[in-house]
Design a protein around this ligand. Structure first.
Ligand SMILES: Nc1ncnc2c1ncn2[C@@H]1O[C@H](COP(=O)(O)OP(=O)(O)OP(=O)(O)O)[C@@H](O)[C@H]1O
Ligand SMILES: [Mg+2]
Length: 236
């Protein structure tokens, strides 16, 4: 079953149109990568899905249109956005940040279990549960941002450059954890990445954006075999 179907999506900042024609299809439990140079429209694509920028075209989630919904309403449908720059709360502790992710939930016992799951997935956060967000390293903030999204029990997670600014070993750790999360939970994922090597460890297929359009879409295996992808995104 298709969980998210984006067709002919456009997006605008004020009067400026930055997405021209974006299509994406994600099966339930699937993971799709979005690649592309700086300014190609990757972040805006995620924002348009989340309802944070004005969009045109069609966005359907679980068969229903997301047209006209506010970000909180999109989140309530089961879509969690892990934004570029992470967006964790610097004056809340790690545990409080995780609780914020669960604010819509009434199942206190499972919320507690999910906090334990996040700390098991990201052991680095364990001795930091009482630390303020501001005291975390970039990698720890990224882990916390993903944890906060997990706490919403979403059906779809939108991940924006989870590796940005992290040491290569930390980026790998983060992607390994996301891979485990995918296996454990079956949460579907849209994975925006400049580091295609990392993205390809996680996703089943990917699309390349240029100037607000898809220019190439294929399975991970197909894309890995293409010279232009190897040159532009895989360093060789
Ligand atoms: N708040 C904004 N107001 C106006 N224009 C914006 C805004 N945010 C982004 N843009 C423009 O929209 C286009 C797409 O930007 P977007 O952030 O989606 O790119 P991106 O692919 O995520 O790039 P990066 O790899 O640098 O994160 C760019 O031309 C950018 O300058
Ligand atoms: Mg971006």
């Amino acid at each position: 079953m298709t969980l998210l179907e984006v067709s002919r999506m456009q997006a605008f900042y004020g009067r400026v149109q930055v997405l021209e024609d974006i299509s994406l299809s994600i099966p339930d439990g699937g993971a799709v990568g979005i690649l592309g140079a700086n300014g190609a429209g990757k972040t805006t694509t995620l924002r348009a899905i989340s309802g944070a920028v004005r969009s045109g075209g069609d966005i359907r989630f679980d068969g229903k249109s997301l047209r006209g919904l506010r970000p909180d309403q999109v989140a309530a449908r089961g879509i969690a956005h892990v934004p570029e720059g992470r967006g964790t709360f610097s004056d809340l502790t790690v545990r409080e940040n995780l609780r914020v992710g669960a604010y819509r939930r009434k199942d206190a016992k499972q919320v507690h279990e999910d906090i334990d799951y996040c700390l098991d997935l990201f052991p680095q956060l364990q001795n930091r549960v009482r630390s303020n967000g501001s005291a975390l390293s970039g990698g720890e903030q990224q882990m916390l941002a993903i944890g906060r999204a997990i706490m919403a029990r979403p059906r779809l997670m939108l991940l924006d450059e989870a590796s940005l600014g992290l040491a290569p070993s930390t980026a790998k750790t983060v992607y390994k954890a996301i891979g485990r999360l995918r296996q454990d939970s079956g949460i579907a994922m849209v994975v925006v990445e400049q580091n295609a090597n990392l993205a390809f460890t996680l996703v089943d297929s990917a699309t390349v954006l240029e100037a607000g359009r898809n220019v190439l879409t294929g399975s991970t295996a197909e894309l890995k075999g293409m010279d232009e992808i190897r040159r532009a995104y895989l360093g060789g």
